[in-house]
Design a protein around this ligand. Structure first.
Ligand code: IPE
Ligand code: IPE
Ligand code: MG
Length: 245
């Protein structure tokens, strides 16, 4: 692909979203359509992520959060879960040089303590080895659920109220935001969901209050940097009003 910025309209170039969040959906259907096991779809999904990441980083996007595994996805058959965890661990190990070359930092949100030990260790090591970079931050949502994140944050706030560190009357939006996994990042400007599903599926419930949505029928393994550019064009054509006139 030629320099992706040059493929955008002037309007879109001036409105690159600071934070893009993607619900990477449709791996299983992609595989079923080809009479392949669902796991092949997950492997191809990892490759799609690689391509989208490269484009986002060249565009100067600040944060790219990808929903890779939800808290509810633990209820899938053990074989599928294990294979996804294996691909994830391998991605985290083998992508380090490429992520480093692109000045990409890594972060993760979700109930990470539920991840298998090997995945967890590799995640920590990869985050650590990319921590000196200051380009795009890739945020992996792993074992993530928006409701679970809110519950945990409410507990931490309640503890602080009980201990006298916080006064209930002083709890405001920023108190809640600062107790979420995402406390160090801005809210998403653009949420993309692939595979045509029109639902949130427990993703970033608090953080997406005013995000713009782009839903595409493209299945995640087929999603590319070109599709990302298309979504950014759509985003740039929207009028974000935030409740004002
Ligand atoms: C998204 O693809 C990946 C994960 C949820 C882990 P799916 O596996 O949900 O694919 P479909 O929705 O069944 O096609
Ligand atoms: C959402 O997709 C989670 C991820 C993409 C990781 P799902 O496929 O799990 O969501 P539902 O079941 O269609 O709502
Ligand atoms: Mg799905």
């Amino acid at each position: 692909m030629s320099q992706p910025l040059n493929q955008l309209s002037d309007r879109a170039r001036e409105r690159i979203p600071g934070h893009i969040a993607i619900i990477m959906d449709g791996n299983g259907r992609w595989a079923s359509q080809r009479r392949l096991p669902r796991t092949v779809g997950h492997r191809r999904g990892m490759e799609a992520l690689r391509s989208v990441l490269r484009t986002a980083s060249r565009l100067g996007v600040g944060y790219l959060t990808v929903y890779a595994f939800s808290a509810e996805n633990w209820s899938r058959p053990a074989d599928e879960v294990n294979t996804i965890m294996g691909y994830l661990t391998r991605f985290l190990r083998t992508e380090i040089p490429e992520l480093n070359e692109n000045n990409i930092r890594l972060a993760a949100i979700g109930q990470l303590e539920r991840l298998p030990e090997k995945a967890r260790q590799q995640l920590d090591a990869s985050i650590q080895s990319l921590s000196h970079n200051d380009g795009l931050t890739l945020v992996l949502a792993l074992s993530y659920g928006g409701r679970q994140e809110l519950v945990e944050s409410m507990r931490r706030i309640a503890d602080k109220v009980a201990s006298g560190e916080l006064v209930a009357e002083e709890i405001c939006e920023s108190t809640i935001a600062s107790h979420l996994n995402t406390h160090a990042m801005p809210d998403p400007d653009l949420v993309i969901r692939t595979s045509g599903e029109m639902r949130v599926s427990n993703f970033l419930l608090w953080q997406i209050s005013y995000a713009e949505w782009v839903v595409t029928d493209v299945l995640w393994p087929d999603f590319s940097g070109e599709h990302l550019l298309g979504a950014i064009e759509t985003y740039a054509s929207r009028d974000r009003r935030f409740g004002k006139v």
